[in-house]
Design a protein around this ligand. Structure first.
Ligand code: ADP
Ligand code: MG
Length: 205
């Protein structure tokens, strides 16, 4: 059904996306922390676990009425609960994507792809990173583009993007302090971004 043209997604779908993201982050928290212990400070799993648990708690307490409001609320909650670089970056991603969706009751995949592209651009602006810098953008940029084709394509692009960070040298964030020693490790933020996009595809069914 979801692959049909004309399918639209309401607030419930976006709530499901955040719930699936929280479950994935919870399940993979140890792996994210392990990746962050290799090239960072070993807090990425704990950071996101705390943040997404706070997001789902808030969404359940006060369910927002529109797709945009679900994402803006979630982004704001991530900013206020996640320490570290990834809180403001993921918060900005969701807030900006939500803002771009406006107050529509339902949105199409194409509209979401366009909004996500704006959200990813805001992350690039905030963090000053670009493709190939070994950050979450290496998963998010290809995912936003592939979402124009399908949810499954977005998931595959994000996963491929995260894997492709292994041979890269980090140019932004904590991992950049390691210089050449960051080569050979998968970026934790690109890995969690792939989980976020996989959760989107999961919500789409
Ligand atoms: P911290 O680095 O403050 O400990 P986290 O461990 O939660 O924060 O997140 C680290 C991840 O954040 C990195 O793996 C990377 O993907 C992402 N990141 C860090 N700095 C930037 C940046 N300037 N632009 C985009 N992403 C970044
Ligand atoms: Mg860290």
């Amino acid at each position: 059904m979801s692959a049909q043209t004309g399918t639209t997604y309401g607030a419930g779908f976006f709530h499901d996306w955040m719930t699936a993201a929280a479950a994935a982050v919870d399940r993979e928290a140890d792996r994210l922390t392990e990746l962050d212990s290799a090239i960072g400070d070993a807090d990425h799993g704990a950071n996101l676990k705390r943040g997404f648990a706070a997001v789902t708690a808030l969404l359940e307490k006060e369910p927002p009425a529109t797709p945009g409001a679900v994402l803006v609320t979630s982004g704001r909650q991530l900013i206020s609960t996640v320490g570290g670089a990834s809180g403001p970056l993921y918060g900005t991603l969701l807030r900006r994507t939500g803002k771009a969706l406006g107050d529509a009751e339902r949105v199409s995949r194409a509209e979401l792809a366009e909004a996500l592209t704006a959200g990813v651009a805001a992350v690039a602006q905030l963090g000053g990173a670009q493709a190939g810098d070994k950050t979450m953008l290496d998963a998010l940029l290809p995912a936003a583009e592939a979402l124009g084709s399908s949810f499954a394509a977005a998931r595959e692009a994000a996963e491929a993007g995260a894997l492709a960070t292994v041979p890269l040298r980090a140019r932004k964030g904590r991992a950049s302090y390691l210089g050449e020693r960051s080569v050979g490790h998968q970026d934790p933020g690109a890995t969690s971004s792939a989980l976020l996009i996989a959760a989107l595809a999961e919500a789409a069914g």
